[in-house]
Design a protein around this ligand. Structure first.
Ligand SMILES: Nc1nc2c(ncn2[C@@H]2O[C@H](COP(=O)(O)OP(=O)(O)OP(=O)(O)O)[C@@H](O)[C@H]2O)c(=O)[nH]1
Ligand SMILES: [Mg+2]
Length: 447
């Protein structure tokens, strides 16, 4: 049952669902999802966009499958407002409890974030583990992190998610056993006390800082040869890694599972003009990307923040690609990368019906491709060339007031600094910066 809060005046249908025992067992430990309750977000009116509860439930299904779960039933509820104690109504909870007992479900997934107390209250009624959307995403990240850096970042996000949830349930949580939401480095810490967790958080942060320093050194070495970085960003599963492989003749993992990519990869490629560029493939975005993850993945996402050009990859075959774009936009904004020059790539056009495909027209800002079939890639590379040419770095002298912290930070991030002097509240800099950045700083450019 999907809950729609009518007070928000949204459309969307009420989809009923029964218990349908899944046929195939999940790969590792079969985890049964007894019920997924879909709610529209009440706490973030900004980017809830036009995802209907059905779209949302489709996505939850894909997320659950990516976490290795087998779905055995679904529920949705339509409601005027959330119940503060249990989010959904008592009657519906009882119904879920009955259904989940009858199929011996291991887990009940909620397509909504639950407060620690809501989670506890619901668990008390349904007698199985209850996991919310954030925890599910954290779990997938934990499964897919391959590098030390990725693992550290996920662990930090997991620890920060768990801390407020420990009160009064340390014992239960330490006896969870296998399954969704128990995965990854976070779980071992549950057996210990809060103080130890704080200590662990500090330790992990320290280690992430070290990784970050190494990454910064590598970047500096890279940037001593001026080659522009082009970052591929987009909703999870849009085809970023497939496109990355096609553009750089690489072989990074591309998969129908969500969040297949966690660790950033950078590869060089030649553009048609013979100009060298670095393409960077990175983690995908999703609606309501848990905040702990965005901040934990800051080091990874620095590649996006520093890119000269952002290629925004969308899945043209997805009925909700427009809504997904809204979400991508909001994450780019959070990363302060929304002003970087951008090229829109509509991917997977091979999946569109022929008539629709023929009507597509590329423009300066948008290119239609099929990364897996290799369609439209030369047009794409031409566009990248042209956009980088238009955004060629220029060497300038700037006098920026010291109180312009944000602009100075942008300059540090996006330009090569040759010299820096402080005079009477001003910073005098010799720098080489792309045209797009200089436009933002033009009132401080002196020559
Ligand atoms: N039909 C079709 N499928 C594609 C195309 N590009 C990618 N795919 C498929 O889409 C799925 C996701 O592709 P990925 O390249 O892993 O997507 P991603 O954006 O890197 O996803 P995450 O790293 O998980 O965020 C895979 O099953 C790909 O085979 C395309 O042009 N056409
Ligand atoms: Mg990927």
């Amino acid at each position: 049952m999907g809950v729609e809060f009518r007070t928000r005046g949204r459309s969307g249908k009420n989809s009923a669902a029964g218990i349908t025992p899944g046929a195939q067992a999940a790969r590792d430990h079969a985890t049964n999802v007894a019920a997924s309750s879909s709610f529209l977000p009440v706490d973030s009116p900004d980017v809830s966009s036009d995802f209907t509860s059905e779209d949302s439930l489709d996505e939850l299904r894909a997320l659950a499958t990516s976490a290795g779960a087998e779905i055995v039933g679904e529920f949705t509820q339509r409601k005027d407002r959330p119940d503060p104690a249990t989010l959904i109504g008592k009657g519906k909870l009882e119904e879920i409890a009955g259904a989940s007992a009858s199929v011996s479900a291991d887990v009940v997934l909620f397509d909504h974030d639950l407060s620690p107390s809501q989670q506890r209250n619901i668990e008390r009624v349904v007698h199985t583990r209850v996991i919310d959307r954030t925890q599910l995403i954290l779990d997938i990240f934990a499964r897919h992190a391959r590098t030390r850096e990725g693992q550290l970042q996920v662990e930090l996000a997991q620890l920060e998610y768990l801390l407020p949830r420990l009160a009064g349930r340390g014992v239960e949580m330490s006896q969870l056993g296998g399954g969704i939401g128990t995965r990854g480095p976070g779980e071992t810490q549950l057996e210990t006390d809060r103080r130890k967790i704080y200590r662990r958080v500090r330790h992990v942060k320290q280690q992430i800082e070290n990784v970050r320093r190494i990454r910064a050194q590598q970047r500096q070495r890279r940037e001593s040869v001026p080659v522009a970085t082009v970052a591929l960003v987009g909703y999870t599963n849009a085809g970023k890694s497939t496109l990355f492989n096609a553009l750089t003749q690489s072989n990074v993992v591309a998969s129908s599972r969500m969040f297949a990519t966690l660790d950033p990869t950078i590869r060089a490629a030649d553009l048609p003009s013979k100009r060298k560029v670095l393409f960077s493939d990175t983690v995908g975005f999703i609606r309501h990307l848990p905040h702990t993850l965005v901040s934990a993945f800051r080091a990874t996402l620095e590649e996006v923040q520093r890119a000269a050009l952002i290629i925004q990859v969308s899945d043209a075959s997805s009925p909700i690609s427009g809504e997904q774009d809204v979400q991508v936009e909001s994450v780019l904004k959070e990363l302060e990368a929304d002003k970087t020059p951008r090229l829109r790539v509509m991917n997977k056009i091979d999946l569109l019906p022929p008539r629709q495909r023929e009507s597509l027209r590329d423009s300066d800002a948008t290119v239609h491709v099929s990364a897996s079939k290799g369609i439209g890639l030369s047009t794409l590379l031409d566009r990248v060339d042209a956009l980088l040419e238009a955004d060629r770095p220029r060497r300038v002298r700037l006098r920026v007031p010291q109180n312009q912290g944000k602009l100075l930070a942008q300059l540090e991030a996006g330009a090569r600094i040759y010299s820096r002097q402080y005079q009477d509240g001003l910073v005098v800099l010799e720098a080489e910066a792309p045209a797009s950045l200089l436009r933002r700083l033009r009132e401080w450019v002196v020559e």
